[in-house]
Design a protein around this ligand. Sequence first.
Ligand code: NAP
Length: 303
Amino acid sequence: MKIALVGIGKIAVDQHVPAIAASPDWELAATVSRKGSVDGVESFSDFAAFLAARPDVTVVSLCLPPVPRYDYAEAALLAGRHVMLEKPPGATLAEVHALQAMAAARGLTLYTTWHSRMAHAVAAAKAWLADKAVTRAHITWREDVRKWHPGQDWVFEPGGMGVFDPGVNALSILTEILPAPVHMTAATLEFPANRQTPIAAQLRFSGNVTADFDWRQTGPQTWDITVETDRGPMALRMGGNVLEIDGKVAGGENSIMGEYPALYARMAELVAAGQSEVDLAPMVHVADALTLGRRVVVDSFDF
Ligand code: NAP
């Protein structure tokens, strides 16, 4: 199937282009980006011009930041294209509900991807937890914003979500693996004095679940979820890629390179089956944190 990539920036180049190139299901037939392009692929700088010129490309994958993404998703669905959305799937919950209704009314596929759910050990962790009682869980998601979002001021603009941009990856895993849902009860959000979104957050959920997100960590990065159960401890490390049970490695692989190929394989299945997959559970927690959060002002941040 022919697919177009929209928003040729960091994640498109790092992950989407190689995943599509390696896929047996997809041919990268066009790109749409104001500045970016991919060698050997027809490029457009205007989305409406692409939609008019290439009716043969029936699927679009939107790799733009969340705030500008909605207009592209709406235009694509109105033009009869299936749509795959980077995470987080929107800047607000309501706009994703609107897209979901639009796709359903037209019989089109809408896929809200959560790449971290495709990490090597997430399915195994979910299966291990399925018949256990969780007594406590903690997320530590600490990374260096300068490494992963170099110069990307949009993450600190309204709708950019700040530290929840990576934090929602942890929440996408949490909401996938826990045998029963939890809800947020308190949050502390640390806002740099010169920015609109938090650079760190401490979250408390029902069921003894807590989270510590921080974008100021240099050196080794930490993407861990530890879970205590009635039958011993489990941990997911390296962003869901490595599983530990009772303190010993029990599965997974220390590499993130399988996540995007798995997303594109899933999109191929959904289009072939005429189905959508829309899950907003991780983003509900982000919205709740921004609703409940106690604001703390910290040092200004510049890239
Ligand atoms: P990015 O490089 O800053 O932006 C991607 C591209 O979107 C840009 O190159 C730009 O292309 C286009 N764009 C940006 N702002 C726009 C606007 N206002 N209107 C139209 N086009 C605009 O961001 P990214 O890091 O790739 O992140 C994009 C999405 O992927 C985010 O939702 C992020 O959460 C997700 N993601 C990022 C990473 C990561 O490591 N960075 C990892 C996983 C997922 P043109 O200027 O050429 O139009």
